[in-house]
Write a protein that binds this ligand. Sequence first.
Ligand code: ADP
Length: 502
Amino acid sequence: MFVVKTFRFVQVPLNLQLRTMHLLKNKAYINGEWVSARSDKVFEVTNPATGEVIGTAPDMDVVDAQHAIDSASRAFATWQDTTAKERSRYLRNWFDLMVKNLESLAKIVTLESGKPLVEARGEVFYGNSFVEFFSEETRRIQGEIIPSPVANRKILVEKQPIGVAGLITPWNFPHAMITRKAGAALAAGCTCVIKPAEDTPFTALALMELAHEAGFPKGVVNVVTSSRGNAPGIGNLLCQSPLVAGISFTGSTQVGKLLYKQCSSGIKRLGLELGGNAPFIVYKSADVDSAVKGAMGSKFRNCGQTCVAANRFFVQSDIYDSFVEKLTNEIKALKIGNGEEPDVQVGPLINQAQFEKVTTLVQDAVSKGAKVLVGGKGAPQHGRLFYEPTVLTDIKDDMRVYSEEVFGPVVNIFRFNTEEESVAMANNTERGLAGYFYSRDVSQIFRVARKLEVGMCGVNEGMISTAEAPFGGVKESGLGREGSHHGIEEFTYVKYVALGNL
Ligand code: ADP
């Protein structure tokens, strides 16, 4: 008799899938070796979707960080003399391995950050593209010969690597924030000490395994993991150490300001990518469907936890009702859940502090008269850190959501009448990272793009970041640029050599 066997498809949780994976490391990476903290202390890392402990990482302190700085400093002595072609090869090897391991990297990102797997794949793809771009761009770090006012003299200008770079990264893009900084620093000829966020150290360590396989010499790239408690000490050491030439930080404005102060004593090179408060303006000439699509991408990627996320929506009266209705319908259809499940679009917030912040900001707005069209509360049926995608209208400028970055799945909508009014409201903030607007009026496009006080402007686009373009802000959103050739400049200095008496 012919027997048909049926198998029930059993979904294997990511932490079980990953247990055997060679990329999941529980040691830090210093001087080409996998090491524990000198104190032997560790800290736990949890999956924000389930609250389960994924594993532990070394809880390093200033002693370990000094070891990493010393290694990077020794490695700089020879790495700075590598040719651009050699550095290009190392970076390309690293990129190729990241491509080969994309799925494993994405699973680690989902496990520790909670973002849906499809978004984690997108992040890895995006993060990889920086290493690819910088592997190419390193060969185009050009000098100059400037005509001299003295006949027998030549003015040569050369770009040199600044030295050891301290890179402090956040949890919201655990892969891409490292590759965007380290790719540029390594391409410029710098060596690196990376301090990843305490919520997401495993992605950083997986990248180190691949850097190791790519053959980077010992000490060229190092990762020091630590709990939140040890982060200020390590940060301070990186800022104060005479062996560190520059700091590149992505994170909160509060910590960014502290690092700015700490770097002042040694006049250190500093790159800061801090918080945003992005306006998203929809003018009456806009294609409303396209604006809704852009709004969904800009707002709900990573559950609203991106520094370029639209934070304040300004919609012109003529199309207000149509935009709000269409956007609300899209939001109601979003699927919330554990990012490991295939069609989930909105995962959890990263941790309890973030959950409380979003809850408090929404309560503040509601207590001051905001209307909740959808959501407005936690979603405990999915887990402790889930928050319902939310739409608030009737927002006023005395509500905290107006001036603070929500960093959660909350849409705040204002109605406006004139272009002047929209630009004035959009610029009425200390932040200036990204800004978006939708319009099909070409004169308005040029006028508004010029007037918005932001470092990056999306016109009829909700997602604008790419390795080829300079990423960064104005006002309190930061200093310097990442990505593009500008990103490499941050890690080089200009040396003028006068050749006299020729
Ligand atoms: P968030 O509030 O989103 O976690 P933070 O700015 O606090 O953003 O964290 C971003 C990164 O900065 C993380 O790697 C974190 O460990 C690190 N960090 C936190 N406090 C300090 C500090 N005082 N000095 C240096 N780094 C810090």
